[in-house]
Design a protein around this ligand. Structure first.
Ligand SMILES: C[S@@+](CC[C@H](N)C(=O)[O-])C[C@H]1O[C@@H](n2cnc3c(N)ncnc32)[C@H](O)[C@@H]1O
Length: 320
């Protein structure tokens, strides 16, 4: 795929205006877009940044990075990082940046990743079972399924797919691979369909299994859990953290994190600390969790499960 095809292989940004309002951009500030994708959110951030503003963009995906690099060649405010966003602290240290004014994480995968058959994310196409966001490193889903134990496969499908039939699916995978490797999306989808007999309306039998394997292969939940405290530690006072999650496993991590750091530590009943002496939590929640409007969902059904949460750094004396 050439760059023009990559740019036009489009992604409709979710909760775009809400996320930008949440970031409350300071024109000369330093911002992080942890999930560049095709740059929908980045474009809006840049449009609000002045000439001294900076935007550091991350993506694991080589195609997303190619698009970002083309932008950076024409706009010196942009710095491109091909890495997982959990390397935030290390990257900021390397760039000599102490504080940032905001960070956005629009989690999960992009439409180009789902819609390009060869990436192996979707059971709608028959393709090699890859599922890596970063195709330059790590093991593909096919390789993992060829080597993992039945228990390991079961745990992943149960925990990351919340799949009732996880044990039966894991057993079927292990039995099948003894005959021939499970190398394609179609093979896996057919195998799962043989084992999953009942399904929620409108959901393919393979939906939960594919989601689970994708989350595992890309260490998605570990990356989120790792980056949130890093972002908080680096936010300047009144700096904003905005996260868009697409399923309850992601959102739970974000919600718990923001709640934990926006509430005062509970005191034991016998504590002799006065209310005024209690440590002030480092985050303030900004508004409630926001979901896309019906109009947005109608225009972009992939937005339907999105949830945006925004928090603001309240003071400077917290370093993790
Ligand atoms: C939902 S898309 C972002 C779309 C983007 N906001 C836009 O408007 O074009 C998520 C992107 O983040 C990337 N990504 C997901 N998790 C990542 C992580 N832990 N580190 C770096 N990139 C990640 C994916 O490769 C994908 O390109």
């Amino acid at each position: 795929m050439n760059r023009q095809e990559m740019e036009t292989h489009n992604h409709i940004s979710v909760l775009l205006h809400e996320a930008l309002a949440g970031l409350n951009i300071r024109p000369e500030g330093i911002y992080v877009d942890g999930t560049f994708g095709r740059g929908g959110h980045s474009r809006q951030i840049l449009s609000q940044l002045g000439s001294q503003g900076r935007l550091i963009v991350f993506d694991k995906d080589p195609q997303a990075i190619e698009v970002a690099k083309a932008w950076a060649a024409e706009d010196q405010r942009i710095q491109v990082v091909h890495a997982g966003f959990a390397s935030l602290t290390a990257v900021l240290d390397e760039l000599g940046i102490d504080k940032i004014d905001g960070a956005l994480f629009d989690l999960g995968i992009s439409s180009p990743q789902i819609d390009e058959a060869g990436r192996g994310f979707s059971f709608r196409f028959d393709a090699p079972l890859d599922m890596r966001m970063d195709t330059t490193t790590g093991q593909s889903a096919a390789l993992w399924l060829a080597t993992a134990s039945e228990d390991e496969i079961h745990e992943v499908i149960k925990n990351y797919g919340e799949e009732r039939f996880s044990r039966a699916i894991a057993r079927a995978i292990v039995q099948q691979r003894a005959q021939a490797p499970i190398a394609t999306t179609r093979q896996l989808a057919n195998l799962v369909a043989q084992v999953v007999h009942s399904r929620e309306r409108g959901q393919d039998p393979a939906t939960r299994t594919f989601q689970a394997i994708r989350i595992f292969i890309n260490r998605e939940l570990e990356e989120i859990a790792a980056v949130l405290p890093q972002a908080l530690a680096r936010l300047s006072v009144r700096g904003r953290l905005a996260v868009i999650a697409f399923h309850s496993l992601e959102d739970r991590i974000v919600k718990r994190f923001m709640q934990k750091y926006s509430k005062p530590e509970p005191l034991p009943r016998w504590a002799v600390v006065k209310e005024a002496d209690r440590a002030v939590p480092p985050l303030n929640l900004i508004g409630k969790a926001q979901k896309p409007s019906l109009a947005e969902i109608k225009m972009n059904p992939r937005a339907r499960s999105a949830v945006l949460r925004v928090a603001e750094r309240s003071h400077g004396s917290w370093n993790g």
